[in-house]
Design a protein around this ligand. Structure first.
Ligand code: FAD
Length: 433
């Protein structure tokens, strides 16, 4: 039997929750909308998984972090969906999508048809076994994307109490998980090939603070080398991590945060792609009529920089979902909405230290404030300057008090006359704009 809906959201992650909230806000009849998700739970705030979910004493657990999408950031519990007549079709993987026939087929053989499809399939991790790394299928080598992954790692942390953990990757996930493993009292070593951590965003100065702070907290960092293989014990559990430079690290747990790719395989050859994602316009419409793509999978026009980009950030997942639904509902009434006007936002916190970034990290940089890892209350920032204008703003430590000013600077891109003066002014430059 074919189950038919007016709207289907494919994927049950961050974007799905915010899209559902927007559909409900804009007006939805019971039975019109279904969310189909491989995961067994309603949409939740994925960013929590690598942070408080692994807290040693007070780990966050559902229902406290189902998406909080409303105006007062009220939590969308599973009952919210049933009250709104939204069907949550969970533990259901779609294995075939026929966009011409407007139909989706699940691994269990069910067929779903729709009038409008919102693709929100997010990203999947890149596995070391796919890259041919020897021994990468040993037990206790973990990847981290969904709540099941977080549960498995949590159990391993308990089982390998005070053991040794190796984290592969020095980007966002590697940084957050290293901090949480260390908070759980594991002996943690990070391994990454780049000259410094978070090299896609951080300058060497910002990284110097963070690497120094991690060292102070007891995290070992091995840079400029890669993992080439693993050995396992007689139970098949990982025992050693072999590095390209010949060093060998003991390990009870390995966590790999070595990159992700957008989940677009279902739609290959059916929809236009660009920069690894599904190409959309500024309303998240794809090249196929009545098919929209949001969140990590969408390659969309960034008006501010006049170029197409694909981003893997939570804030974009929320905002793109809202915009797509606004556009869908407006089109039904013959109206139009403003095009998406995105300002990149990325945030994180580790060891109780938060940072935020707004804008574009291109051009020259200026560091200001107290960026010594030894300070009792470090607080510093960095601006990126391109063509004489501030285009990006990063800051770390007591983030709330600077957020509005720093976000505004990145949005309006004020001119800079004197870079030395900018370094001296620091946060007050942003506050006076
Ligand atoms: P997702 O939230 O990944 O959801 C995709 C959903 O689609 C999943 O439920 C998946 O199971 C489902 N799905 C995929 N394929 C199928 C299929 N064939 N059939 C059925 N269901 C399917 N961003 C930040 O800005 N700051 C952070 O601090 C931050 N921390 C993060 C921490 C972690 C651990 C992770 C994994 C990501 C983090 N991110 C962070 C990134 C952010 O969470 C993502 O950008 C965001 O989740 C993307 O939302 P999405 O809805 O596009 O995809």
């Amino acid at each position: 039997m074919v189950k038919t809906f007016k709207y289907i959201i494919l994927g049950g992650g961050v974007a799905a929750g915010y899209a559902a909230r927007e559909f409900a806000k804009q007006g939805l009849k019971p039975g019109e909308l279904a969310i189909i998700s491989k995961e067994a739970v309603a949409p939740y705030e994925r960013t929590v998984l690598s942070k408080s979910y692994l807290h040693p004493e007070f780990p966050s657990r559902l229902p406290t972090f189902y998406v909080y999408a409303g105006p007062r950031r009220e939590i969308l519990f599973p009952e919210w969906y049933s009250e709104k007549g939204i069907e949550l079709i969970l533990s259901t993987e779609i294995v075939k999508a026929d966009l011409a026939a407007k139909s989706l087929t699940s691994a269990g053989g069910e067929t779903f048809s729709y009038q409008i499809l919102l693709i929100a399939t997010g990203s999947t991790v890149i596995r070391l076994s796919d890259l041919g790394v020897q021994g990468a299928d040993a037990k206790n080598i973990f990847y981290f994307r969904e709540i099941d992954d977080a549960d498995k790692l949590y159990e391993a942390i308990k089982a390998k109490k005070n053991g040794k953990a190796v984290v592969v990757g020095g980007e966002h996930i590697g940084m957050e998980l290293s901090a949480m493993l260390r908070c759980n009292n594991l002996d943690v070593t990070m391994v990454y090939p780049e000259p410094w951590c978070m090299s896609r965003l951080f300058t060497s100065d910002i990284a110097a603070f963070n690497e120094g702070y991690y060292a102070k907290k007891g995290v070992n960092i091995m840079k400029r080398t890669v993992v080439v293989g693993f050995t396992a014990n007689s139970d098949g559990e990982v025992k050693e991590v072999k590095l390209k430079d010949g060093r060998v690290l003991e390990a009870d747990i390995v966590v790999v945060g070595d990159g992700i790719r957008p989940q677009t395989a279902l739609f290959k050859g059916q929809v236009e792609e660009e920069k690894g994602g599904i190409k959309t316009d500024g309303f998240f419409k794809t090249s196929v009529p009545n098919v929209y793509a949001v969140g990590d999978v969408a390659t969309f026009p960034v008006k501010l920089y006049n170029e197409l980009r694909r981003v893997e950030y939570a804030e974009h997942a929320c905002q793109s979902a809202r915009k797509a639904v606004e556009a869908i509902k407006a089109a039904e009434e013959g109206k139009t909405v403003e095009e998406y006007d995105y300002l990149p936002v990325l945030y994180s916190h580790q060891f109780g230290h938060a940072w935020e970034f707004y804008g574009d990290n291109v051009g020259d940089t200026v560091l200001f404030g107290d960026s010594s890892p030894e300070s009792s209350i470090p607080k510093f920032g960095s601006y990126w300057i391109k063509d004489g204008k501030v285009v990006g703003a990063f800051w770390q430590g007591r983030i709330e008090e600077e957020r509005d000013a720093m976000a505004y600077v990145a949005r309006v891109r004020p001119s800079v006359q004197n870079v030395d003066e900018l370094a001296r002014e620091g946060f007050s430059f942003a506050r006076k704009i």
